[in-house]
Write a protein that binds this ligand. Structure first.
Ligand SMILES: [Fe+2]
Ligand SMILES: [Fe+2]
Length: 221
């Protein structure tokens, strides 16, 4: 327990608070938190998220600005910028633009589930239509990759007739599968910052129940 006592006495990594008038909960184990501690955290959390959540979500993307590509002519950051610029140029609404901007934010950090990652990131603030699109866009992309070894090119047919099928197919066809052009004149990230802020400022929807219900349905199948 040497490590623990060092941490508690020196406080070497005590985090500053976002606002000078805020207080730390001066306890380590959650077991020791009292109702007034939770109340304090909740009060400060609400303000913190309102002021920082959108910026932190954006930083997930901007942190990759200068990352190398593994073969595409543009990196993932540029792909996201192009996708968002294309959606914006088509006059689509702000939510669609922000969803395009962040649709692949997890592309290289959780490749196989990157659609779910983006859906989880934005899910509380976006429509069912975009939530579903994010979750399924990688599968829908397969139809545009006929020469990808092992591809299940028509896997999206499983969802034929689904109410969000057409939007997902359209998003992938117009704004995703061909959004890797090194000569495309992308808008700068600054164009999208206020849009991201406004989407994350929406009243959040709690999607956890839906997720658990979906899981339960899968488990009982
Ligand atoms: Fe993707
Ligand atoms: Fe993409």
């Amino acid at each position: 327990m040497e490590h623990e006592s060092t941490m508690t006495t020196s406080r070497t990594h005590l985090s500053p608070l976002a606002r000078p008038e805020w207080r730390h909960v001066d306890k380590i184990a959650l077991e020791d938190f009292q109702p007034e501690d939770w109340q304090l955290l909740e009060q400060q959390r609400r303000v913190y998220l309102a002021e920082h959540q959108a910026a932190q979500a954006l930083r997930l993307l901007t942190a990759s600005k200068d990352d190398p590509s593994f073969g595409y002519m543009v990196n993932n950051y540029r792909h996201c910028l192009q996708s968002a610029t294309m959606v914006l140029s088509d006059g689509r609404d702000e939510e669609d633009v922000v969803v395009a901007l962040l649709h692949d934010v997890g592309f290289t950090t959780c490749p196989l589930l990157h659609g779910d990652f983006a859906a989880a990131l934005m899910g509380a603030y976006i429509s069912d239509r975009n939530y579903w699109m994010l979750q399924h866009h990688a599968t829908f992309q397969n139809v545009h990759s006929p020469h990808l070894p092992g591809v299940k090119q028509h896997e999206r047919d499983l969802w034929k007739g689904h109410s969000h099928y057409d939007w997902t197919a359209e998003f992938v066809a117009k704004y995703d599968q061909a959004a890797a052009d090194p000569d495309y004149p992308c808008e700068p990230i600054e164009t999208f910052v206020p849009m991201v802020r406004r989407i994350f400022a929406r009243k959040p929807v709690d999607r956890r129940t839906t997720t658990l219900e979906t899981q339960a349905m899968k488990d009982t199948r």
